[in-house]
Design a protein around this ligand. Structure first.
Ligand SMILES: *[C@@H]1O[C@H](CO)[C@@H](O)[C@H](O)[C@H]1NC(C)=O
Ligand SMILES: *[C@@H]1O[C@H](CO)[C@@H](O)[C@H](O)[C@H]1NC(C)=O
Ligand SMILES: *[C@@H]1O[C@H](CO)[C@@H](O)[C@H](O)[C@H]1NC(C)=O
Ligand SMILES: *[C@@H]1O[C@H](CO)[C@@H](O)[C@H](O)[C@H]1NC(C)=O
Ligand SMILES: *[C@@H]1O[C@H](CO)[C@@H](O)[C@H](O)[C@H]1NC(C)=O
Ligand SMILES: *[C@@H]1O[C@H](CO)[C@@H](O)[C@H](O)[C@H]1NC(C)=O
Ligand SMILES: *[C@@H]1O[C@H](CO)[C@@H](O)[C@H](O)[C@H]1NC(C)=O
Ligand SMILES: *[C@@H]1O[C@H](CO)[C@@H](O)[C@H](O)[C@H]1NC(C)=O
Length: 535
């Protein structure tokens, strides 16, 4: 057992921004003397058994053979399955999604401390918060972002709403960040709009070759979907666009009936806009490949792929005003969405002299973000780590993304922790429960942590299970993984009784059975080919 190594995921609440030489010296002395004293004590008590000479006559590793050969305990597995409570998971989602908790905000730090307390109570052996000081991006709350249409005299004929409509009483709270794209370049620009469908490589090629329209010097208007939004911006920038408007089309974010939207249903309402990062790298943009700790050398590496043009996201209730005003040929059927207007390529406006304007005041700044790490020490191979994790930060409330995953992780740790507390069971390997900060900005918290502990993790981590967005829809499990983990996923889901009574009655007794029915793949196993679009 080597619990001292686990303590290395340092438990500190603040990053140090520069240190005082004297304090470092004193600290070094104290640590030096302390280590020396501990060494003497270990030498005295751990290696000089007083009165058990028979131990040395036996095998040098008593019980190891038995332990290594021990099979899994089916009664423990069924106890874990029975103990998981959907009521608890529901309560956790409410706690986690009660307030907006964007990365870097105090409410997000509070949730990190809440999880630390939760895991300490749950019986985990060691819980720490690891802080990193990273570059994030926020809109200026006294100068909000918008898009507008200007007439030939530069008068504003249409201006987008600065915030989303408040549709239920629960949403009526402070600190809801208005729609913005993180790491957008700030600016106030004017130009013609060109509609580029999803803004994929093939969309740009098509518009250039077949419609003979160039986006150089223009504002690109692209619908969300199919590829990562950061790539849409990158591809626009590479072709000389001066700004990007990203919108959610009802064809992609409703079931086709725009009356069946939130708050009556779960589909996107006209006022809803998708926030999201347009940074195409991962981790803190200032400390590429190294952890963003207090002593890090910070510089903005151009290869870190921050955009250099303004980008703003809007919903279809706003986008329709822009699309209606565009001139140019009507688009091919595959480019049409479901807004109630004719989709055109643009390049100009129906009224000569009109221009579109994008106003973005978003700016980047350094803030502290926290990961919470809870360790349940393994019994047989404590220096092999199985990591279970999810991010904690959300653009706004984050009930599904990421609350649903964190709620499940909390319930899992409670049930396993109870077994550890009872003394009847420990995991074979150590389990690390991880709650990451600033994922939405580009996997920032987790990337910094991995950069910080690369060597330890490289030698000891054997698997990582990510729980973000564990419910999507109301019907079936959706799980993906590297091929090595497929059989474990199949075996585990075959053991879990189907919680959906209609499915159970239809003969699909396990979670696996419904999964297979919902996502049939080749060779009679569930499909795992659906690709992530990082949205
Ligand atoms: C935010 O906008 C206000 C009003 O335009 C301005 O005075 C302030 O300097 C801006 N803050 C930042 C951080 O840019
Ligand atoms: C047009 O209006 C914007 C703000 O509405 C202003 O910043 C800009 O200077 C104006 N340009 C001209 C040419 O009047
Ligand atoms: C939000 O709450 C405030 C008072 O707290 C109230 O004045 C306002 O009408 C509410 N807005 C909505 C849309 O419910
Ligand atoms: C686009 O133009 C290319 C030739 O430049 C042609 O091969 C292709 O069929 C055209 N595609 C469409 C959708 O018109
Ligand atoms: C914009 O705000 C107006 C006034 O509050 C509201 O009537 C309209 O529905 C909003 N539109 C969108 C798309 O949010
Ligand atoms: C529309 O474009 C797609 C490719 O973008 C092409 O496959 C299709 O043939 C085109 N249809 C028409 C009617 O031009
Ligand atoms: C679509 O727009 C037209 C013209 O503005 C209007 O007459 C029609 O009712 C709209 N259709 C729907 C389904 O909203
Ligand atoms: C899932 O939700 C939809 C819409 O709310 C509903 O029509 C459907 O019956 C539900 N499916 C299941 C399996 O519960």
């Amino acid at each position: 057992m080597d619990s001292s190594r686990e303590q290395m995921f340092t438990s500190v609440e603040k990053t140090t921004h520069g240190t005082n030489k004297q304090r470092v010296l004193i600290l070094a002395l104290v640590v030096g003397v302390g280590t020396f004293a501990i060494g003497i004590l270990i030498g005295r008590f751990a290696t000089c058994p007083k009165s058990e000479p028979e131990v040395s006559k036996q095998s040098s590793l008593p019980n190891v053979i038995d332990l290594l050969g021990r099979d899994e305990d089916a009664s423990i597995i069924s106890e874990v399955i029975d103990e998981i409570s959907s009521e608890n998971i529901r309560d956790h989602v409410r706690t986690l999604a009660k307030y907006p908790h964007i990365a870097g905000m105090e409410t997000s730090h509070e949730l990190a401390r809440m999880l630390k307390g939760f895991w300490e109570n749950a019986g985990l052996d060691h819980v720490t918060l690891t802080p990193y000081n990273v570059l994030l991006s926020y809109p200026n709350m006294s100068d909000l972002n918008f898009v507008a249409l200007l007439d030939e005299n530069n008068n504003t004929v249409y201006k987008s709403n600065l915030t989303e409509a408040i549709l239920t009483a629960e949403e009526n709270t402070t600190n809801v960040v208005p729609p913005f794209n993180a790491f957008s370049y700030p600016g106030d620009i004017k130009g013609d709009i060109v509609y580029v469908n999803y803004g994929r490589e093939e969309d740009f090629e098509y518009i250039e070759k077949n419609a003979s329209i160039s986006v150089a010097g223009k504002i690109v208007m692209a619908r969300y979907g199919k590829i990562f939004r950061g790539d849409k911006v990158r591809l626009s920038e590479m072709r000389g666009a001066i700004g990007v408007i990203l919108f959610s089309d009802p064809a992609d974010y409703t079931n086709g009936d725009i009356n069946q939207v939130y708050p009556n249903d779960w589909w996107l309402p006209p006022s809803g806009a998708q926030r999201g990062t347009v940074y195409i790298g991962v981790g803190d943009p200032l400390t590429a490949d190294y952890p963003a700790i207090g002593t890090a050398n910070r510089k903005l590496d151009p290869s870190n792929y921050l955009p250099s043009i303004p980008v703003h996201p809007i919903g279809y209730g706003i986008a329709i005003h822009l699309m209606r005003s565009l001139s140019g040929p009507e688009v091919n059927v595959t480019w049409r969405g479901l807004m109630n207007t004719t989709y055109r390529f643009g390049g100009g406006f129906k009224t000569t002299g009109w221009k579109a304007r994008i106003h973005v005041s978003t700016s980047n700044g350094r803030v502290d973000v926290f990961n919470a790490i809870g360790i349940m020490r393994g019994e047989i191979e404590p220096d092999r780590y199985v990591l279970v994790g999810n991010h904690r930060d959300a653009w706004v409330f984050g009930a599904v993304d990421p609350g649903s995953g964190t709620a499940v992780m909390m319930e899992m740790s409670r049930v396993l922790g109870n077994l550890v507390k009872s003394g009847r069971w420990r995991p074979r390997r150590s389990i690390l429960f991880c709650s990451w900060g600033a994922e939405e900005y580009g996997l920032v918290g987790s990337t910094e942590w991995v950069e910080h502990y690369t060597k330890t993790l490289g030698a000891r981590a054997i698997a990582y299970l990510n729980l973000d967005v564990v419910v999507q829809g109301n019907f079936s499990l959706l799980a993906r993984g590297t091929p090595m983990i497929h059989n474990s996923l199949f075996a585990a889901t075959k053991m879990v009784p189907n919680p959906n009574s209609a499915e159970f009655a239809a003969g699909r007794k396990s979670v696996y059975d419904t999964w297979l029915m919902a996502s049939p793949g080749k060779r009679g196993i569930p499909s795992s080919t659906k690709q992530s679009d990082r949205s």
